[in-house]
Ligand binder design. Structure first.
Ligand code: GLY
Length: 357
């Protein structure tokens, strides 16, 4: 567990990153940078293939937004990943609804889609919202119509595996309805782990020219109310990029994050000189403090009853991540390609869980 950063330590960090950037940002303006710097791609723990792919594209000189989108598309298209795209767990009506946002540092532009049905790669549609409309967010049927206008084909995103999880949940929800389930201990455990997991993938990158970009994409909460939108497609909450400072994104309990503009806060703390990891922690501490006012977000000890993680990379190519809670080995890691090596690293956390779920 990490030592909390004291207020004095925080103030001592001062400011400084901004001066290092040499950049002309804005639509249609060329990006200028004196010399090549350190490339880095950081992602949530389910993003090891994404960081590998994104780095491969950065090395070819591709735009960092194209690189991270190509990276997360691997996970979105993977039926084995239950938290994103095809194979993602559905809403309470058994329908998969996807959310995604993208942000491009050099142009400070972004796009997003929410509650998008039947389209496997919402991050690609989010990029088209950015490039081919003057809007920032399209939702539901409008987002689907827009995707189809751009040639995306509708497909059923509900895999048999996801449908079975949905059916188990439906059948075990209440003993006062007409649904029966073969109730076993194994099923109980399985459901507990599904309900407490809200996967998502975030991936942020800096290229050799010091340009930043990020993407966040998810199928949101399992069994959510149809139409529920999480933090992933909300620029400032699930993703934020400032080309002169850094990029950050999140996974976990969207509602707690939306109410605190978490990714914006991470980038803002980095602008004050905090390292990416310190900025992620400071943001989690803020969110924890504010969540004390919301009893439905607290457990019996008054601590956050939700998981939330942030991932960040700054203008120098330094990276970091932090989580509210510890967890099982395989889920509490983040992925990073630092230009030399692609690896999973343990995420430092604020609180240690007594029960590892
Ligand atoms: N962070 C994903 C969600 O809340 O939907």
């Amino acid at each position: 567990m990490r030592d909390k950063l004291s207020r004095r330590d925080f103030l001592k960090t001062g400011i400084g990153i901004g001066a290092a950037s040499v950049l002309t940002a804005g639509k249609n303006l060329a990006v200028q940078q004196k010399k090549e710097g350190k490339m880095c791609v950081v992602a949530s723990g389910n993003g090891l293939r994404a960081t590998e792919k994104a780095m491969e594209l950065l090395r070819q000189g591709k735009d960092p937004l194209d690189a991270v989108i190509a990276g997360v598309n691997i996970v979105e298209s993977d039926p084995e990943d239950r938290s994103v795209g095809y194979g993602g767990l559905p809403n309470e009506e058994g329908v998969v609804e996807l959310d995604s946002s993208v942000m491009h540092g050099p142009t400070h532009n972004g796009g997003a889609v929410a509650s998008l049905r039947n389209i496997k790669n919402p991050s690609k549609v989010a990029k088209l919202v950015m490039e081919r409309t003057d809007h920032a967010l399209l939702v539901g049927k409008g987002a689907l119509r827009f995707a189809k206008a751009h040639g995306f084909k509708e497909e059923n995103l509900l895999t048999d595996e996801a449908r079975e999880r949905w059916l188990e949940r439906k059948e075990t929800l209440s003993d006062r309805d007409y649904w029966f389930a073969p109730k076993t201990e194994e099923l109980e455990k399985e459901l507990e782990s599904y309900l407490s997991s809200h996967g998502t993938i975030n991936c942020c990158a800096i290229d050799a020219l010091g340009n930043l970009a990020g993407v966040t994409t998810t199928s949101g909460f399992f069994f959510k109310i149809p139409g529920r939108v999480g933090d992933s497609p909300i620029i400032g909450a699930g993703l934020y990029v400032d080309n002169e400072i850094g990029a950050a994104g999140s996974t976990g309990r969207g509602e707690a994050n939306i109410l605190n503009c978490g990714s914006f806060q991470v980038v803002n703390f980095m602008s004050k000189g905090l390292s990416p990891e310190e900025a992620c922690f400071k943001t989690l501490e803020r969110i924890e403090e504010k969540s004390r006012l919301l009893p439905h977000l607290l457990n019996e000890k008054g601590l956050p009853r939700f998981g939330l993680s942030f991932y960040a990379v700054n203008k120098k190519g330094e990276y970091g991540a932090a989580s509210m809670w510890s967890g099982r080995e395989e889920v509490r890691k983040f992925a990073v390609h630092d230009g030399k090596e692609n690896k999973l690293k343990p995420i430092p956390y604020l609180y240690e869980r007594e029960k590892q779920i």
